[in-house]
Write a protein that binds this ligand. Structure first.
Ligand code: MEV
Length: 441
């Protein structure tokens, strides 16, 4: 692929954007159009996917630009209903790109199958018996997923955890390769459960994966030159508006001051769970959009992210920002169990298209891209909050939709929206007046 820098992309029509993205990604333009027209999935397919179907429900499908992860450019598909999220991630990714892009890695890539054993009179004895039978348990686990073994994955090890009140939890750690792995892991849990109960004489409890997939976590870091935090000041980082540069105190902020403001915002989140929740929401804005676009289970990802944020016993931000010499440095770690085979992907044409746009070779590579977009979203939000607040970006996007509602077409949209933002009055009436002034009617 020849890059994810597409300056002026937002000004193009949908048809022009499709043509450009098809060219950059090598996806057939016809395939792109047919995957996205009509909301990405037809009613008959939806009827096979879930129950009691009445129809389908579409959301906007866009792409984040400028994203570079481990030296590779990615056009990143995002499905999200919130204005500004895609633009903000793209803007922040551009700042990161100019300092070398995102560096990302999976800490490990193992899912957890949980088997709960209850009512044990002698927990120590049960732990010893299970430890002695580890190989046997792994053999049973392997027998439950022959196809996964053929693909080079499978159960890797067993861990035992002691809980209160005569309870033990057996964890089977499973390499699910390119699948998210919920079904594989649940099959393993159900196969191993009765065997583990038999070994210990315990009452068999629950057998299910854990969504706190902290053994399948993505870690992403990035650097930003403070000067780049200023350069984009003419455009709000939490939006795409083309309106005038900010006036007031934020207009005078230096890159250093903005970088320090982002560090202070990070420290606020580190000190206060109420702020940490919103900080993390800003990260998940980017991650969920990629997760949904690629047909993955966003509830699983959300559950894992927030459980991980609270793992120390106190809810914390998933990312931290600091200065390293001149540079601003961000680091994000979170569990990210994604798949590029199976599940919704089998049947959802837009999810398959999303994967062909992002062009990853493995599920873990997709997780690294999604995590990078999460860190970009976080940077954009903190930059906006540390400077002009997020409303200006939101308002300039809102101005564009009001301009369209007033009848503006083509290049009129930006001109009318710019006038509304400048005047600080984003109403339909003002848009109609601006449009008729523009047309000289
Ligand atoms: C809005 O969707 C996300 C933010 O609230 C995130 C944050 O406060 O860091 C702007």
């Amino acid at each position: 692929m020849s890059g994810s820098r597409l300056p002026g992309f937002y000004k193009l029509s949908v048809a022009e954007r499709r043509a450009l993205v098809a060219e950059r990604s090598g996806v057939d333009p016809q395939a792109l159009a047919s995957a996205l027209d009509g909301g990405g999935i037809d009613c008959a397919t939806a009827d096979k996917l879930v129950e009691n179907v009445l129809g389908t429900y579409a959301l906007p499908f866009g792409v984040a630009l400028n994203v570079q992860v481990n030296g590779t450019d990615r056009l990143v598909p995002m499905v999200v209903e919130e204005p500004s999220v895609i633009a903000a991630a793209s803007n922040a990714a551009r700042m990161v790109r100019s300092a070398g892009g995102f560096t990302a890695e999976m800490t490990e890539a193992l899912m957890i199958a949980q088997i709960e054993l209850r009512g044990l009179a002698d927990v120590e004895l049960a732990l010893r018996l299970l430890a002695n039978e580890t190989e046997h348990l792994l053999t049973v686990a392997r027998g439950a997923v022959p196809n996964l073994i053929e693909r080079g994955g499978g159960p890797r090890s067993i861990e035992l955890r002691r809980l209160e009140k005569g309870r033990i939890v057996v964890h089977v750690l499973v390499d699910c390769r390119d699948a998210m792995g919920a079904n594989l892991v649940n099959s393993i849990a159900e196969a191993v459960g009765p065997v583990a109960a038999g070994i210990t004489g315990a009452e068999l409890g629950l057998r299910i994966l854990s969504n706190l997939s902290d053994r399948r976590a993505a870690r992403v870091t990035c650097r930003v030159h403070p000067t780049d935090l200023v350069l984009s000041r003419a455009k709000p980082t939490f939006g795409v508006g083309d309106s005038a540069p900010p006036s007031g105190p934020s207009a005078a902020l230096t890159g250093d001051a903005i970088a320090d403001g982002i560090v202070a915002a990070s420290e606020f989140a580190e000190a206060d769970p109420y702020r940490a929740a919103t900080h993390n929401k800003g990260i998940m804005n980017g991650i969920d959009a990629v997760v949904i676009a690629t047909g993955n289970d966003f509830r699983a990802v959300e559950a894992g992210a927030h459980a991980y944020a609270a793992l120390s016993g106190r809810y914390r931000p998933l990312s931290v920002w600091r200065r390293d010499g001149e540079a601003l440095v961000g680091e994000l770690t979170l569990p990210l169990a994604l798949g590029i085979v199976g599940g919704t992907l089998r049947v959802h044409p837009a999810a398959r298209l999303a994967l062909s746009l992002v062009r990853v070779d493995s599920a873990d590579e997709l997780a690294l891209v999604a995590a990078s977009v999460g860190l970009a979203s976080n940077l954009a939000a903190l930059r906006a909050l540390a400077t002009e607040g997020i409303q200006r970006g939101h308002m300039s996007l809102h101005a564009r939709s009001v301009a369209v509602a007033a009848g503006a077409q083509g290049s009129e949209v930006e001109l009318v929206a710019g006038r509304l933002s400048e005047d600080g009055s984003v109403t339909l009436e003002a848009a109609r007046r601006a449009l008729s002034a523009l047309r000289g009617t």
